[in-house]
Design a protein around this ligand. Sequence first.
Ligand code: NDP
Length: 327
Amino acid sequence: MFPAILISKDGSGYHAELRSTDASILPEGEVLVRVEWSTVNYKDALAITGKAPVVRRFPMIPGIDLAGTVLESRDPAWQVGDAVILNGWRVGETHCGGLAELARVRGDWLIARPAGFTARQTMAIGTAGYTAMLCVLALEKHGLSPEQGEVLVTGANGGVGSVAVALLAKLGYQVVASTGRLAEAYHLKALGAAEVIDRAELSSPSKPLGKERWAGVIDSVGSHTLANACATTRYGGAVAACGLAGGMDFPSTVAPFILRGITLCGIDSVMAAKTLRHEAWARLARDLDIAKLESFTREIGLDEVIPLAAELLAGKVRGRVVVRVAG
Ligand code: NDP
């Protein structure tokens, strides 16, 4: 028996609870992992609360990220005792995930725990931080460099946003952080933001084009915020779109694309190729200041995950949350 967050759906509704369960609940997979650390991402919060149809099979153990040690393996790539991590691959959505002491997963979903990180640190980064790095890589591949001008980060006090601000600042960019929590602007300044703006500046319906300001953008908010970001990106600039915290719509026009040649880079962490994952984690090891990561990471136990999920969706969690599973 082992502890797990379990999501079920039946005639009486949608439920998430912390319970003791046995391994018969775990789906097929070549590798059994003892999960030491996990995390609560935005998608996990949607899954736990049932606010969006993230979970596709019941009962489900949520948790799109996990870090742990191999207990059993039928995959020659993995041996008992290997330190591994997993991000995405629809784990926690269609296949039981990381918010439990045991996970049985496919061997090709795992990567060796990246050098330079403890298991806890990989989960403090989690999908949110790895996605922030994917955004930085996309902007760099577009040709962005610090001398080109200001880079906007939206949803800056969230998980993706906090890591993005810290990464870009360390890389020498002039970061402008957009947040609804201006009272917490000092945290963003401490992460290296040059300026903090009120997210209300970006949340009204956008004009087709606005005054050119951003050389690049990392957007985790979507909707009007993404439309305004595109409309105010400088000629030839790029916008990395990864999130929908403000809405899934994109009420924009083609003007920024056909009159200013801007590029919208779509970012998906879930099914990203392994080569890209390795590149992102290697760059996180090089470019993320661990002291800054710690400064915006809060640690909780499995018993605190369910209330935390509602808090996160209410925009009350700053930065990242790491979950001690069997650490
Ligand atoms: P968090 O909840 O940690 O942060 C989201 C932030 O968005 C909040 O902290 C808040 O920032 C801002 N925000 C929330 N609601 C609104 C609103 N109504 N209008 C404007 N801003 C708002 O989530 P994450 O950072 O972990 O994830 C952010 C988004 O990115 C989510 O939509 C998530 O699903 C997506 N995502 C996508 C991935 C991918 O592969 N494409 C991977 C990881 C995440 P502030 O308080 O500073 O205003």
